[in-house]
Design a protein around this ligand. Structure first.
Ligand code: AMP
Ligand code: MG
Length: 402
């Protein structure tokens, strides 16, 4: 049996190479950029008005005061989308709307509220400074400046910016493909109406499918098989042909007479990376590789399967998106004492309470059995406690967040 850190190291030595693909802006939500994006044009694209009002020459209006308003004749209009085609001369103003191009000859905008329009002329009632309410070409960024860095996850805000500068196609990291094989003769589908007293509803299927999506992977197949060596080998060969990046098996990986995943994987051409980790839950975890395909034989106990996915598989998916493999964590204070009396590293599920301006507090979830899904459903993360480690109340401890 190996330690948690040894297992993680073996994972790190067997990382798949992140792949890229070109995606269209409209299909890029939640993907991870695989290239730096440089501005193909400046922003704003052209010098324009920040307000509805009048575009004027500062020279003409600078002496304005409430006692002495200045009157300018209206030369025309610059509308958003329809620029003023001529130049504004001395003693003139052009009506202008927000976002409309600043006409030649002017350098300042007077907002409507500071004016009084008369017949074909406008009275300027107050001014602040030269260039007021003008948005200059390139004041946000110039052509060639870095807009978004490689590795960033594209959400609403980044997509809007790409749309604003007309970038339609770009490189993102390819979504890792995951095949799931759920083993167990005792399993029926979760909605089975005729479930027998000795049968179990399959919860790992929905859990692993959802965990894969949450991590940024795509489930390309999901099958259930009974506990048979031959069926398991055959199914492994079928899904291997689909060229997934990962095969996640659930169950059948311990030392029972009907646990066939390990042997079947070897028969299907996979080479073992490790089997069994000194940890609780999740001891039977099996990892193997065939060329570029990583296989994880997750324990059948739902909590064990989830913890193994979270601690070992999710970071690999993050790596394939150009992300760090580090588990997201916060430092928190224990509410009560927690001790590991056992011989294995414990992944203890905890609830985390965040209070404004305070160190977050953690409370151990009461029932920690590896078959007790309430221990993850009602938790926010886990702490890792080594054998013999004792946490007194108010100890600071790193919590890995789900
Ligand atoms: P195994 O690792 O196959 O020995 O299974 C360990 C325990 O997890 C057994 O109690 C199984 O019934 C249970 N189990 C296995 N697979 C699933 C599953 N897909 N959903 C829920 N429980 C499961
Ligand atoms: Mg089983």
């Amino acid at each position: 049996m190996i330690s948690v850190s040894e297992a993680f190291l073996i994972v790190q030595e067997n990382l798949p190479t992140p792949m890229k693909e070109i995606v269209d802006l409209n299909n890029a939500y939640s993907r991870y950029l695989a290239e730096d994006i440089l501005a193909p044009e400046p922003s704003p694209r052209y010098t324009n008005s920040a307000m509805d009002g009048y575009a004027v020459r500062w020279e003409d209006v600078k002496s304005t005061s409430s006692e002495k308003p200045i009157t300018l004749s209206i030369a025309g209009e610059s509308q958003a989308g329809i620029p003023f085609s001529k130049s504004v001369n001395r003693g003139e103003a052009a009506r202008i709307s927000t976002g409309a191009a600043l006409p030649d000859g002017v350098d300042t905008v007077i907002r409507v509220e500071d004016t009084q329009e008369l017949d074909n002329s406008v009275q300027i009632l107050s001014v602040r400074e030269q260039g007021q309410d003008v948005r200059y070409q390139g004041e946000e960024f110039q052509t060639g400046e870095l807009l978004l860095s490689k590795g960033i996850q594209l959400s609403t805000r980044q997509l809007a910016m790409l749309g604003a500068v007309g970038i339609q196609n770009f490189n993102v990291f390819s979504t890792p493909k995951v095949s799931i094989i759920v083993t167990g003769t005792e399993l029926v589908t979760s909605d089975d109406k005729d479930i027998k007293p000795f049968q179990i509803r399959d919860s790992n299927k929905v859990m692993l499918t959802s965990a894969t999506r949450e991590a940024g992977g795509k489930v390309i197949s999901c099958e259930h098989i009974g506990d048979s060596l031959e069926n398991t080998r055959e199914m492994l060969e079928i899904v291997t042909d689909k060229e997934p990046d990962f095969i996640l098996c659930s169950g059948g990986v311990s030392v029972g007479r009907h646990d066939h995943v390990k042997k079947a994987a070897e028969k299907a051409g996979f080479t073992e990376l490790f089997w069994r980790i000194r940890q609780k839950p999740g001891k039977p975890l099996f990892a193997a590789r065939r060329e570029n395909i990583l296989l994880f034989g997750l324990p059948g106990n739902p909590v064990s399967a989830f913890m193994c996915f979270t601690h070992y598989v999710r970071p690999i998916i993050a790596h394939m998106h150009g992300q760090s493999m580090a588990h997201k964590s916060v430092t928190a204070k224990t509410s009560s004492g927690i001790t590991n009396h056992g011989k294995r590293t414990n992944f203890i599920r905890v609830k985390v309470e965040f209070a404004h301006g305070e160190v977050p507090r953690i409370t151990e979830v009461g029932k920690q059995g590896s078959h007790m899904l309430s221990s993850i459903a009602n938790a926010d993360g886990y702490i890792i406690l080594e054998p013999g480690e004792i946490l007194t109340p108010d100890s600071l401890k790193e919590v890995f967040l789900f």
